[in-house]
Design a protein around this ligand. Structure first.
Ligand code: CAA
Length: 385
């Protein structure tokens, strides 16, 4: 192949339920075009009562490892901002569910939606020290805003699992990236809240500052110019944000950037809604599944996490990157979701099984793993029989 370190394979998982945003628009008294064209979303993933980031992440990882194998995996990094415990990591639970050997380090990472990119970089560092090792990176989130809030149509749920290794067959991540951090309260979730708080206008300007800051840093570090990047994929809290991001970047770089890449990189995110840490990687999966001719091409990957952190990574797409098995699996996960009405979605939104009170969850999801309930204050997971 071509050496380097990067993404060997990736796999997407979706929630059990889906809500058609046209139905939400009708009930909220909003023109559906505001959602489909204005913010660029068609559907929103909704988790069943027996699903959470652990079950989503484990499902994505199990399908990934079934296809690519777990040989050499000695680290599992789980990136999320909707974790299920303040202390125990989702990584350790997934490690158990997947039956991985005890000789695998397992840890959870958090910095809003950015933690997935941080996990990929940490994974690359581990592989650089010992190229025979592989790292399983899982990004998974359930995005929740208040009912009727401006953020409501930008909720979502999903996971992307990635295998990071030396001489990868999918995308080599280049060593130089652009970085940006700034402490800002644009979006956050206090410890006692199950829904996010957001200063919507500030969040868009904070995203812009992080994008341009990371881009300027990439240039200062000697990274590639915009003309040398064939297609960009951006963090997509709603897919219109990627359109705005590309306009900001075109202005800053003075380059003409390909608008078609935005459409090809948004196919899955339009149907998932915001998946926080997984959003950028679902965008990458979408681009790789829908854009032919990227063999050997350089792509740009912009990760943004409120609070705030941004990173502009670049990668070289490996020849033969298109895979009907990978693409078919993503479409099956999205098409297989069971629609809910707005009333059913509102009920699920109310019912949160997040407390330490003992409870048994209803058996709903048909995914490989389910959240069975809380026993003695601890969350219990099981393989779906
Ligand atoms: N037909 C077509 N378009 C329409 C329309 C119609 N009938 N009605 C409105 N629109 C368009 C508007 O013109 C606007 O487009 P532009 O942005 O291009 O001008 C778009 O639809 C949205 O309209 P509003 O700005 O009026 O929408 P809003 O204020 O109700 O909500 C939002 C937009 C504030 C972004 C809201 O979705 C929100 O609060 N989202 C959560 C915060 C967020 O995602 N921020 C992004 C940056 S932070 C981040 O990236 C981290 C993260 O994951 C959270």
């Amino acid at each position: 192949r071509g050496g380097g370190i990067g993404i060997e394979d990736l796999e997407l998982a979706a929630s059990h339920h889906v809500l058609d945003l046209a139905q939400l628009a009708e009930v909220r008294g909003v023109d559906p075009a505001k959602y489909t064209r204005g913010i660029g979303l068609d559907e929103m993933g909704v988790v069943a009562a027996d699903e959470d980031v652990v079950t989503l992440g484990a499902s994505a990882a199990e399908r990934l490892l079934a296809r690519s194998g777990s040989e050499g995996v000695r680290t599992l990094l789980f990136a999320t901002e909707s974790g299920v415990d303040h202390s125990k990591s989702a990584a350790v639970i997934v490690h158990g569910l997947l039956g991985l050997p005890s000789s695998v380090r397992s840890v959870e990472l958090k910095q809003a939606c950015y933690a997935g990119a941080a996990a990929v970089q940490a994974a690359i560092g581990i592989v650089a020290r010992r190229p025979e090792e592989k790292v399983l990176v899982i990004t998974a989130d359930v995005a929740r805003y208040g009912l009727g809030s401006s953020g409501e149509p930008t909720q979502g749920a999903g996971a992307v699992a990635m295998l990071i290794g030396a001489d990868p067959s999918l995308v080599e991540i280049e060593p130089v990236s652009g970085l940006y951090s700034a402490d800002v309260d644009d979006f956050w979730r206090p410890n006692d809240s199950t829904t996010a708080m957001v200063n919507a206008r500030l969040s868009i300007s904070a995203y812009k500052n992080a994008l341009l800051g990371a881009w300027d840093d990439l240039q200062e570090q000697g990274g590639p110019s915009a003309e040398d990047i064939e297609a960009f994929v951006y963090h997509q809290p709603f897919t219109k944000m990627a359109v705005k991001a590309q306009q900001f970047l075109a202005q800053r770089s003075g380059a003409e950037l390909d608008p078609e890449a935005l459409v090809q990189g948004a196919v899955y995110d339009r149907r998932l809604g915001n998946t926080y840490t997984a959003s950028l990687w679902a965008g990458l999966a979408s681009l790789l599944d829908h854009r032919p001719g990227l063999d050997g091409a350089r792509i740009g990957l912009f990760s943004y996490g409120s609070g705030s952190a941004g990173e502009m990574l670049t990668g070289i797409v490996r020849p033969g990157y298109m895979s009907s098995a990978r693409a078919g699996s993503a479409v099956a996960a999205l098409d297989g979701r069971v629609p809910v009405t707005v009333a059913e979605y509102e009920q699920l939104h109310e019912n949160q099984f997040g407390s330490s009170e003992d409870v048994e969850t209803p058996r709903v999801t048909t995914a490989p793993f389910r959240f069975a309930g809380v026993q003695g204050g601890a969350r219990v997971y099981e393989r779906n029989s």
